[in-house]
Ligand binder design. Structure first.
Ligand SMILES: [Zn+2]
Length: 453
């Protein structure tokens, strides 16, 4: 279902949304797993929005937020050109979410966190999913629908929980854009230059570094808070809306997970969500960096990616959130999150992702024995894989499809264990300059240590 048609055809977004839901329900009523999932999810997302409005109107709001704000917004989930965005029309907001991209992100997070050392299929899927998000291509991700179904069978609680966490972040982030456009960013405790009349002395302008490989920021005192004002490099000024939308999402998620004033349990819950959110920001952020690199300049693309600054800004605001709601809050979840953060945003992983981008751009579609010789080691022994349009297509057609058939019969875990060594040999055939690049990324992503239990 193409969303832009509904947005173009109606002047009134409420009517557009009603027409969209009617058609979605009608199509879902004709059967089909994916349309059913989309319909359920679209209704859930809209009811979440109503709930957020209700909480903001009745149960209070964080202190720096505008009391007049009322989210007059409608969620459209479907085909949206692989993007998440908002569109304003006659005073209301359409939050437009591409369902395919949402599914890829949820699957990516799921497979990164799959708690099985020997599951090379899941790990390879995480690598391919990340590559498919970072380098946008027209080809569909193979077996997306069956993969969603399989995840639901491997662990229904985790799958549902991840859908909720990832979708909530994206929803609230987009809602944050609409808030920011109307009410600005008073709640954002960052600046892009030192405040005027700041004395440049070390006890006034302190250095702070969140990530060992990340930039050194400045910080100055902020009146009325034990936490300081974070000074971000001026180049990041045009990212202010993104920073604001992320921080909005953090506050809003805290408030809307309970009807009352948040406490330590909600702070823990927020931190758990951040574990997923930073994986999403990593995938989306690398894609944005890549798109910027091919569209304009290529300077220092992977040295200080803005996406890591987005997580730094979130971390910075976690201090304010703790100060506002529970100054004594200490959490093991924070240490777990920090462990993932250190691993995820390290220079060496960003370099590897850069090499994977190179692989997808230059070698994915090549034919010939020097790249992806891809012998079918498992299913049709001894036969070469045909050089099909892309490495991903080959992976889907000659590996994933038969694997999923097998897994339907005997279970995912069993299917994976049965031939794991042969699978590893197969994944190794996706190579860049002789290096098994997909396997390297797969193992590295697993090594971040995200585990959902
Ligand atoms: Zn945004």
């Amino acid at each position: 279902m193409r969303i832009d048609e509904f947005l173009d055809d109606f002047d009134n977004l409420a009517e557009a949304h009603q027409a969209y839901l009617n058609e979605l329900r009608a199509v879902a009523g004709q059967g089909g797993f994916m349309m059913g999932v989309t319909a359920r999810f679209a209704e859930w997302a809209q009811s979440e929005l109503f709930r957020y409005s209700h909480v903001f109107a009745n149960s209070g709001r964080p202190k720096d937020f505008c009391p007049e704000w009322c989210p007059d917004a409608f969620v459209f989930l479907g085909e949206a050109g692989h993007r998440f965005y908002i569109r304003r029309k006659n005073g209301s907001t359409a939050i437009v979410l591409d369902f395919d991209l949402l599914c890829r992100l949820v699957l990516f997070v799921f497979f990164v966190g799959l708690d099985d050392e020997s599951d090379i299929v899941g790990q390879a899927l995480a690598a391919f999913l990340l590559a498919s998000v970072v380098v946008p291509r027209t080809e569909p991700f193979p077996c997306l629908e069956q993969l969603i179904e399989s995840c639901g069978q491997i662990n229904p609680d985790i799958t549902n929980g991840l859908f909720t966490k990832v979708a909530r972040f994206i929803l609230l982030h987009e809602l944050g854009h609409s808030y920011y456009e109307r009410h600005g960013s008073e709640f954002l405790h960052v600046a892009f230059e030192l405040p005027p009349n700041t004395v440049p002395k070390p006890d006034v302008v302190r250095s702070i570094r969140y990530h060992p490989d990340g930039p050194v920021y400045n910080q100055v005192d902020l009146a009325g808070s034990a936490n300081g004002l974070l000074i971000i490099p001026p180049d990041f000024r045009n990212w202010e809306a993104e920073f604001a939308a992320d921080v909005f999402a953090a506050y809003a998620s805290l408030y809307t997970s309970v009807g009352t004033k948040p406490g330590p349990a909600q702070l823990d819950h927020l931190t758990e969500s951040l574990i997923c959110w930073q994986l999403v920001l990593f995938a989306i952020g690398n894609r944005q960096d890549y798109m910027r690199a091919i569209s304009n300049d290529t300077q220092q693309i992977f040295s200080h990616p803005p996406a890591s600054a987005r997580v730094d800004v979130l971390l910075h605001h976690l201090n304010f959130i703790a100060e506002e709601f529970d100054p004594t809050w200490r959490s093991v979840t924070i240490s777990i999150f920090k462990g993932h953060y250190n691993s995820l945003w390290s220079k060496e992983l960003l370099k590897l992702v850069g090499e994977v981008i190179e692989y997808v751009r230059y070698a994915f579609d090549e034919e010939g024995p020097h790249i992806n010789p891809g012998r079918i080691v498992t299913f049709i022994k001894g036969m070469d894989v045909q050089a099909k349009p892309s490495a991903l297509t080959k992976f889907g057609k000659y590996f994933l499809e038969p694997f999923l058939q097998q897994s339907e019969l005997i279970g995912w875990r069993e299917a994976g264990q049965q031939n794991s060594n042969e699978y590893i040999d197969y994944i190794k055939t996706f190579r860049l300059n002789g290096r098994p690049i997909i396997l390297e990324l797969a193992e590295r992503l697993h090594g971040i240590g995200v585990r959902f239990t």
